[in-house]
Structures are given as structure tokens and as C-alpha cells.
Design a protein around this ligand. Structure first.
Ligand code: 6R9
Length: 655
């Protein structure tokens, strides 16, 4: 495993610069260690103090952590609050006229809203939702482009206690249908089309298709935001966003909910075909978002211009676009487009244009920008930057170095943040004024996060050896359950083998002599393609759903830019295709997967065989398929294979 060895030899260490450390929210290793000690000596007191200090409670909590129903933990559960109040109302008196959102559209046009204006828009939309009969606990699907309106829709749901479930605009009608059905959504909020790199992506049309796929009688209304003005079909449950919102009052009393009230559901891939509805709480989630903004991004609400490039369809776009920055009253950029449109310098141009101080993106974006050369960023004034972050997948040390030197000018700390949809907020990441960084390591856990590496029985693992990444104590921002599937929640994240109370992240990792964490990859059948989680089973199920396909196996292969590429081995019902016919079927199957799941899941490569290599018990030998995909020499014993000749077939990709 070449990538793991090369990481192991990484010895560069970057201590925080004095000037940065002096102004940091947490300064020096002693500052970090003092927080860790507080958490260790009085775990509940540590979190309770922070929750009182940072959150405005309508009704203060008296209970901190309730472990009686473990692993269904509760935090601050007799306290009452509202997330939208904490993100908007509480800033109005002191910074009502401050810019909250700077919207940078696909074509480069800019729209800004102040806290006062954002508050008014959220209230109007919340009143609009109420007028449609949306009540506390109802589910609202948000299938929107990156826009001020997407943030408004999420905040409006939070304001009235409705549970939003954002579905990434790149997901297909079929994926959308599955989520509508599972969440039993009452209202869908969408747009006519989204614009990406100058191209229109039909969203409303996908909603129409999804609603025709099965029993969607739960959906009473579809609210459509006019983004592009493109042609769309119109039906009985449809209504325009502007018609719904513009006549509504600009104030709306927040619905005060228990800290344990679900704020949202976000579907993510797991090791079976069915996406998991990760359910988050209100109080614990908000606390995680706020603390990590302050600790890891060293947030300075009065001077920072913060930009996280993630789409609101992913967890990063929830915690670090829709909630975290607003909860601190910051000014943030939200970006509709893609990094290379209308030109390859778009990201850096945007940093210079808005004098961005804090920039947070994914390794896949960094790697693709590295390919374009260092001259490009040099053409823009990046001197406003003071901190850089990365998320979504392991970052190669060389990409980290480029980011630190070429983008950060050697002056900005780089925070590599490890966390997941399920953890809600950062878990392992450097506090930039305290923890020295090492390229490729997410460094040390946040104070209060009891991360560890264990063997398969929960026992300790020697330093330097890989094992399961776990979190040994409950923490406020963790998922509460899987929507409608508590059994799967328990089995997936709190397996009996580890004692039933330890959170199993699904990643493998090792620690070095300084206790630093190095993430090695997923232990389940989940691929990480351009920072997006894709279940191999989901893609296999999609392929097998095609009438031509008898059997399919999907594996990942290291990819220079995307992290992993999707390689599919397919057995057709007829004979194995070759030449032009094979090419034609490859194109057809890629399109098919695009429609079933979404374009991000399209296999990069499809290989056809008369059969797949299987063990005696009939299990597909995925390890072997991974080796073949990488073009590695096969050293495994293949004597048990029924038909070893198929290995030669599978070595051939359709060109
Ligand atoms: C936030 C997010 C979670 C999975 C996670 C891991 C990978 C995320 C990482 C990282 C190495 C990092 N991952 N951040 N691996 N270093 N800094 O990405 O959530 O979409 O749920 O993905 O992504 O494998 O388990 P999500």
C-alpha cells in the first residue's frame, strides 16, 4: 500500500507562527491541553459550561448528558432553544446592518444580504411554510442550487421546528424519490434549474419525475424558486417561491424546541444499497458547529470573511455554510459555480474580490487546481487569507504543501479536518494557534473528543499500527439515530463487538509517536470519489437494475485527482461484448447509473467478464478485483476459482 508508506515517512512539522498564536482563540499547546484536561476531569461540566456560554437558551437545561438509553444518548434535553434565533435574531441589535451572505453566482454576479435582510427573508419563508400547513416535526425536502434561498429554506425550517432534508442537486430523480419516500416529506422546496459552469441543470423536472415514481401522496406542495427562468412543467401542487413569500410578514416567532428535537435528516451512503438517513439534534449539533468554528477556524466574527466552498447538499454545507458561520454572526461567501468557470482562476479571483480570510475546500479541488500550475494563483492578490482548511478525504502531503505554500504563502495555517456526516462537526483537526501541523495528518482530537484506535474487539493497538477509528465517549454533535431505522443505527455505529457504547467511525487510522492521527481510508464498502461518499453496493444495485446486466461488482482505484475512481465489473445476460458493441454498452450503462443515482456515481471504467471471481461460499473476491483494477500482479491464491480464465478478461478495460 504505497500511499500509506509514503505518509509514514512524512516528517515535516509546522508549529504555529508566533503572530498567529498570539491572536488565536486558543493559544499554544498549553491552551489546548488545558481544555483537554478540563474535559477529562469533568466531562459533563466541560460541555455544560460551553453550552451555556455559547448558545442562547429560551429555557436553560438542567440535565447535561443522559446515557440511560445508550447508545441513544441525549444532551441538554430539558433545555429549549431555536437554531434560527441563535443564527439571526441574537445578532440583530449589534450587527443588523452587517453583511451576512455574499452570494457569488455562477456568472460572477454578486448579491449581498445583511443580517437584518436575511432575518426578514427567513421569517417570510417560515410564515409561507406555515401557511402551507407545515408544522413542527414535519419533513421538508430541500432540492436547491447553492443560493441565498437554499440557506433561507433551511433556516426557515429550523425556525418553525420542521425537519429539513437537503438532497444534493446533483442527485437524480430516482435518488430524490427514495429520499422523499423514506422521509415522508410534506413539502419539497426546489428551483426551476440550477446553473453550473454556464450549463442549466433541471431541478424542477427531476422533482416531477421523482413524484411520478411511486406513492408520493405525502407531498402536499412543491415550492419553486425561479433561478434561471427556464421552461418547466407546472402542476396542481406547484407554487412559486416569490408568490408564497413576498406577501408574508417579515417577523415570525421562533418555535422553541427541546435540545433533542431533530434539526435535520441528511442521507448518506453506507455499506448496503439503501442510503442512511442521519438524524441530527438541535442543541448538541449547534454547539459542535459553534465550537469548531471558534477552535478550528479560529473564527473572528468582526473581521473575518469566511468562505466554505461546499454545497449545502453535503454535511459540510450544513455545518460550515448554513449554520456555523451565521451562529457566530460572521460574513460568509456562498458560491454557486465550479472552480474553473468561466476561467481556471475563478477560486483565487473570488478570494481576492471579497478579501476572503478563511478558505475551506476539499483535497480533490486542490489537486485539480495544482494541475493548472502555480502561475495562476500568483496572478491574484491572496494576501487577505489567514487560514486554510481541507475536508472530505485524506490530503496527500504534496497537495498539502502546495496549498500551504502557493495559496497560503507559507503564512497561513492549514487545518486538515477529519469528521463525518454522522459526527456533525469537526472531530480531529488542529487548533491552528496551538497544535503544530504535519502535511497529511489531521493531527489531534478537539478538546472533549475521545478519539482512539482499537482492534476489532475494542482492544488497544500499538502505536504505528493501523486499526479502527472510534470515539469512546458520546459527544454533543453526534447523530442521534438513523431516521426510521434505530436497529441499523445501533448495529452500524455501536457494534456489540466493541461493547455497544463506542462509536465506530468506519475509517481505519494509525497514530504516530506524537499521538497524531493519520486516516488510512474506509473499512466498509464505501468509496470516496472527489470527497463524495458512494456505496459500492448502491452502484452495483443500480447496474443490476439495468435489464441487460446479470451481475456487477464495483471497486475503487486510486485516482490522481478524484482520490478514488469507480471501476465496475459487469456480467451481461447475453454474451460478453467486445469492440464497438462493448463501447456502446459502456456509454449506456454509465448514463444509466447517472440516472439511477446521479452523475457523480458514473463508473469511470467498465470491464466485462463472462463471470466474476468468487470464493467457494460465493462471495465476490473484491480484494482481487481491486488489485486487477490497479493493474497489480496477482499474488493471491486463485486456485479455487471456477474459471481462472475470466481474470484475463477482467484485466481489459473497454477503451
Ligand atoms: C465531512 C465529510 C466522511 C468520510 C470519513 C472519511 C472521509 C472526511 C477527512 C476524511 C481523511 C479528512 N474524510 N474528512 N478522510 N481526512 N480530513 O466529508 O463527511 O461526506 O460523511 O464523509 O470522509 O473516510 O469517514 P462525509
Amino acid at each position: 500500500m504505497a500511499s500509506i508508506e509514503s505518509i509514514l515517512t512524512e516528517t515535516r512539522v509546522f508549529p504555529p507562527a508566533d503572530a498567529f498564536a498570539r491572536q488565536a482563540n486558543v493559544s499554544g499547546m498549553d491552551g489546548y491541553e488545558a481544555l483537554c484536561r478540563q474535559a477529562e476531569s469533568d466531562y459533563e461540566g466541560f460541555w455544560a459550561n460551553l453550552a451555556r456560554q455559547h448558545i442562547d437558551w429560551k429555557k436553560p437545561f438542567t440535565r447535561t448528558l443522559d446515557e440511560s438509553g445508550a447508545p441513544f444518548y441525549k444532551w441538554f434535553d430539558d433545555g429549549e432553544l431555536n437554531v434560527s434565533y441563535n443564527c439571526l435574531d441574537r445578532h440583530l441589535a449589534s450587527k443588523g446592518d452587517k453583511t451576512a451572505l455574499i452570494f457569488e453566482a455562477d456568472d460572477g454576479s454578486v448579491t449581498q444580504v445583511t443580517y437584518k435582510e436575511l432575518h426578514a427573508r427567513v421569517c417570510q419563508f417560515a410564515n409561507g411554510l406555515k401557511s402551507l400547513g407545515v408544522e413542527q416535526g414535519d419533513r421538508v425536502i430541500v432540492y436547491m442550487p447553492m443560493s441565498i434561498e437554499a440557506v433561507v429554506a433551511m433556516q426557515a425550517c429550523a425556525r418553525i421546528g420542521a425537519i429539513h432534508s437537503v438532497v444534493f442537486g446533483g442527485f437524480s430523480a430516482k435518488s430524490l424519490f427514495e429520499r422523499i419516500e423514506d422521509a415522508r416529506a410534506k413539502v419539497i422546496v426546489t428551483a426551476d434549474e440550477s446553473l453550473r459552469g454556464g450549463k442549466a441543470v433541471p431541478l424542477k423536472h427531476a422533482v416531477d419525475e421523482a413524484l411520478a415514481m411511486g406513492d408520493t401522496s405525502c407531498v402536499e406542495r412543491v415550492v419553486v424558486y425561479r433561478r434561471s427562468g427556464g421552461d418547466i412543467a407546472w402542476g396542481g401542487r406547484d407554487l412559486w417561491w416569490h408568490e408564497l413569500a413576498q406577501t408574508q410578514a417579515e417577523t415570525c416567532e421562533p418555535v422553541w424546541v427541546s435540545a433533542e428535537h431533530p434539526l435535520f435528516i441528511l442521507y448518506t451512503s453506507g455499506s448496503t444499497g439503501k442510503p442512511k438517513g442521519v438524524q441530527h439534534s438541535t442543541g448538541g449539533y449547534l454547539l459542535g458547529a459553534m465550537l469548531s468554528m471558534l477552535w478550528v477556524f479560529d473564527a473572528k466574527p468582526d473581521s473575518d470573511v469566511y468562505w466554505c466552498t461546499a454545497d449545502v447538499g453535503w454535511i459540510t454545507g450544513h455545518t460550515y455554510v448554513a449554520y456555523g458561520p451565521l451562529s457566530l454572526g460572521m460574513t460568509e461567501v456562498i458560491f454557486e459555480g465550479i472552480p474553473t468557470f468561466p476561467h481556471a482562476g475563478r477560486f483565487w479571483e473570488t478570494v481576492a474580490k471579497h478579501k476572503v480570510t478563511t478558505f475551506y475546500t476539499a483535497p480533490t479541488a486542490i489537486r485539480s487546481l495544482i494541475k493548472l500550475g502555480s502561475d495562476l494563483p500568483a496572478q491574484y492578490d491572496l494576501s487577505s487569507l489567514r487560514l486554510l482548511g481541507t475536508v472530505g478525504e485524506p490530503i496527500n502531503p504534496e497537495a498539502w504543501m502546495w496549498y500551504q505554500q502557493v495559496i497560503g504563502g507559507g503564512r497561513c495555517p492549514v487545518v486538515d479536518t477529519w469528521w463525518q456526516t454522522e459526527t456533525g462537526s469537526h472531530m480531529i483537526a488542529p487548533l491552528p494557534g496551538a497544535v503544530p501541523t504535519k502535511p497529511g495528518s489531521c493531527t489531534l482530537p478537539l478538546p472533549g473528543i475521545m478519539a482512539a484506535i482499537t482492534d476489532e474487539h475494542g482492544g488497544p493497538v500499538e502505536k504505528g499500527h493501523g486499526g479502527f477509528l472510534v470515539i469512546q465517549r458520546p459527544f454533543p454533535s453526534q447523530l442521534r439515530t438513523l431516521w426510521g431505522d434505530p436497529d441499523r443505527f445501533r448495529k452500524t455505529y455501536f457494534p456489540e463487538e466493541l461493547g455497544g457504547k463506542t462509536y465506530l467511525a468506519g475509517d481505519s487510522a494509525h497514530r504516530d509517536d506524537d499521538g497524531y492521527f493519520w486516516i488510512m481510508g474506509r473499512i466498509d464498502d464505501v468509496l470516496n470519489v472527489s470527497g463524495h461518499r458512494l456505496g459500492t453496493m448502491e452502484i452495483e444495485s443500480a447496474l443490476v437494475a439495468n435489464p441487460r446486466v446479470a451481475e456487477a461488482a464495483v471497486v475503487g482505484r486510486p485516482h490522481e485527482i478524484k482520490g478514488e475512481a469507480v471501476v465496475a465489473y459487469v456480467v451481461l445476460k447475453g454474451t460478453r461484448p467486445v469492440g464497438e458493441e462493448a463501447k456502446k454498452i459502456v456509454a449506456e450503462l454509465r448514463d444509466w447509473v447517472g440516472k439511477e443515482i446521479g452523475p457523480i456515481a458514473k463508473p469511470d471504467e467498465i470491464r466485462f467478464g463472462d463471470n466474476l471471481p468468487k470464493t467457494r461460499s460465493g462471495k465476490i473476491m473484491r480484494r482481487l478485483l481491486r488489485a486487477i483494477a490497479k493493474g497489480e500482479e496477482i499474488t493471491q491464491d486463485v486456485s479455487t476459482l471456477e474459471n481462472p480464465a475470466i481474470l484475463d478478461q477482467l484485466k481489459e478495460a473497454v477503451k
